[in-house]
Design a protein around this ligand. Structure first.
Ligand SMILES: Nc1ncnc2c1ncn2[C@@H]1O[C@H](COP(=O)(O)OP(=O)(O)OP(=O)(O)O)[C@@H](O)[C@H]1O
Length: 293
């Protein structure tokens, strides 16, 4: 049985088809990432599962049962924009949601301690990292088996992001199933057991990070910085940005000298060359012909 099973989900906002037949099977106790650029449909999928947002056709099951009010109790949802009360303290926010969810009062103290939250501080005085921690704490009040996070690390600085990743891993160790939407490939890559890559309302690939990287069909990527001229001559998989070019290659030792030669002959000035193992961005590029950002 899957924790979440979504089959052929179609969602229209008036005449715009935001989901064009999405199928996802998420196993219990895995960290599953939906990776895709803005507008891919990630939030729409999560809202259908976690908020009961209506959809046009398809099927959604939670632990084998049709989505219902009862099934929603298995789920905790941390939306992109938090739902905290700025003028209330940390404790008052937890109290408010505990009353709403009928959660036992002692959970408030447990969560405050667990996340080292400043009990008496007003939410408006919290840093982004603490706000996110409090949002997760609120979600855990009713002890859900599945935790869904929409773009959890957007706006967080690097230490807060690492701390968030630690918390997410810890939730997995406790047996929770985690689903998160992200457009940061690093987040999907370091955190998740499996990743679904989404684009324009469709899932275009699903698998472990290693499986997906194999789809890119290359062993490495060259990053070349400088004043680049003639990058168009390097082939169709090349990504060109200002002062930067990214070239997927099978064998960097063989291909690097030739590529450098082409660029120098076109009049480029090269400042830095870096060789990197494939990433999920390369997979996305390969499958869609464009970058993730
Ligand atoms: N309430 C709405 N009414 C009309 N169109 C919508 C609505 N919500 C989302 N959309 C559109 O549906 C598409 C998918 O949006 P969605 O928010 O699911 O994407 P996303 O992958 O989560 O991106 P983001 O990271 O920007 O939230 C987008 O083109 C968006 O503009």
């Amino acid at each position: 049985m899957y924790a979440i099973e979504v089959v052929n989900l179609v969602k229209r906002y008036r005449d715009f088809e935001a989901l064009k037949g999405v199928t996802l099977r998420i196993k219990e106790n895995e960290i599953f990432a939906l990776l895709g650029p803005n507008g891919a449909g990630k939030t729409t999928v999560l809202r259908i599962i976690a908020e009961g947002l209506s959809y046009d056709s398809g099927e959604v099951k939670v632990f084998g049962r049709k989505l219902s009010r009862e099934a929603l109790r298995f789920i905790g949802y941390v939306p992109q924009e938090d739902i905290l009360y700025n003028l209330l303290t940390v404790e008052e926010n937890l109290q408010f949601y505990a009353d709403l969810f009928d959660a036992p009062a002692e959970r408030i103290d447990d969560l405050i301690e667990r996340f080292s939250l400043p009990r008496k501080k007003k939410v408006r005085e919290l840093s982004g990292g603490f706000r996110k921690r409090l949002s997760i704490a609120v979600t855990l009040l009713h002890n859900p088996r599945i935790i869904i996070l929409d773009e959890p690390s957007t706006g967080l600085d690097v230490p807060s992001r690492r701390e968030l990743w630690r918390i997410i891993r810890e939730l997995k160790e406790e047996g929770k199933t985690i689903i998160l939407a992200t457009h940061y490939m690093e987040e999907a890559e370091v955190l998740s057991d499996r990743v679904a890559i989404m684009n324009e309302g469709r899932v275009i690939a699903v698998g472990t990070v290693d499986e997906l990287k194999k789809l890119a069909g290359q062993s490495s990527v060259l990053h070349i910085e400088g004043t680049i001229v003639g990058a168009e001559d390097l082939g169709s998989n090349v990504l060109v940005k200002e002062n930067y070019v990214r070239v997927p290659v099978e064998d960097p030792r063989k291909e690097l000298p030739k590529i450098i030669d082409v660029l120098l002959k076109s009049g480029s000035e090269i400042r830095l060359v870096r060789v990197e193992e494939p990433t999920l961005e390369d997979v996305f590029l390969k499958l869609t012909g464009r970058g993730l950002e």
